[in-house]
Design a binder for this molecule. Structure first.
Ligand code: SF4
Ligand code: SF4
Length: 167
């Protein structure tokens, strides 16, 4: 996998990093997570990838909120957020799935578990319903619930549509 990661590191400018630390200073992860270490900071991950161009098998890639603030501030043009998003897809394709949550309906990747945990903590029970399905499955689920609640047929434009139980 090192060829893929080296190529991503080059594409997203990780080799350009001048270790100024501005990305660490602006990164909001410190406000979201209770324990933040250098290992999960953008600078820490860049350093690690450049020393060992492999997808980390631990969870360091799965904390980033992909807000892109670090990219906007970086004086060297490093696109860390873009790197993380693609590196996560590479990790999932290589079987590293334990740090991600997937849609209960179709299995599409949704969010890192760390972000989901934070959202659940902030939103409480509402999060269960909102964050377990992808937008497409949520729309389908909503339609099914609607059909179950409104029995019989109804007009949608020029069509007559079955909306559930026709008793
Ligand atoms: S802001 Fe850019 S150059 Fe500075 S440490 Fe972060 S990635 Fe490297
Ligand atoms: S994109 Fe990720 S690493 Fe960069 S500032 Fe946002 S949360 Fe931090």
């Amino acid at each position: 996998m090192s060829d893929v990661i080296e190529s991503l590191a080059s594409k997203y400018g990780l080799y350009l990093c001048v270790e100024c630390g501005k990305c660490v200073a602006i990164c909001p992860m410190g406000e979201i997570y209770t324990h933040v270490s250098y290992e999960i900071s953008p600078r820490g991950i860049i350093e690690r990838i450049l020393l060992d161009p492999e997808i980390p098998e631990d969870d360091c890639l799965w904390f980033c909120l992909t807000c892109d603030l670090c990219t906007n501030l970086c004086p060297a043009g490093v696109r860390f957020r873009d790197f993380v998003e693609v590196a996560r897809q590479v990790a999932i394709k290589n079987g590293i799935t334990e740090y991600s949550s997937f849609c209960d309906g179709c299995g599409t990747y949704l969010y890192p578990e760390h972000i989901l945990g934070y959202l659940k903590q902030e939103l409480g029970e509402t999060a269960e319903e909102l964050l377990t399905l992808c937008p497409r499955c949520r729309r389908y689920d909503f339609g099914e619930k609607l059909k179950a609640q409104i029995p019989g047929k109804r007009k949608v434009g020029s069509l007559e549509v079955e909306t559930g139980d026709s008793r």
